[in-house]
Design a protein around this ligand. Structure first.
Ligand SMILES: [Zn+2]
Length: 112
């Protein structure tokens, strides 16, 4: 006997922090992709179509469906935000190192 069916799974694809359209608070907005899979013996084999996308607010839990085009943009924005955060961190560390060198002129920083 062959057992087949379908299963819908949700997955957080990306995250951005911005003002929520529902609660008006600045909170993490999660891009959630829902996909229905064809299953064989309860194992997902292949998905039906591209799935649907929604933005879920971490603060109020509001679920707003968005188009695939907007979802793609969301992913790009979140990737850009992560790259910028990483660049800021590296630059800040570099600034601190230069400042320490200039202040101490090779000597260890004073305590207290
Ligand atoms: Zn909200």
């Amino acid at each position: 006997m062959i057992i087949f069916g379908s299963r819908t799974s949700s997955k957080i694809v990306a995250m951005l922090v911005f003002v929520c359209g529902a609660c008006g608070r600045e909170a993490a907005q999660r891009l959630v992709r829902r996909r229905t899979w064809f299953t064989l013996f309860f194992t997902p084999i292949f998905p039906f179509g591209h799935g649907t996308y929604a933005i879920s607010c971490a603060y109020c839990g509001a679920h707003s469906p968005i188009t695939r085009e907007n979802a793609d943009r969301f992913v790009k924005d979140s990737e850009a935000a992560q790259i910028n955060a990483e660049a800021d961190r590296i630059l800040a560390a570099e600034d601190a190192r230069i400042a320490a060198e200039q202040n101490g002129q090779g000597q260890p920083p004073l305590q207290g």
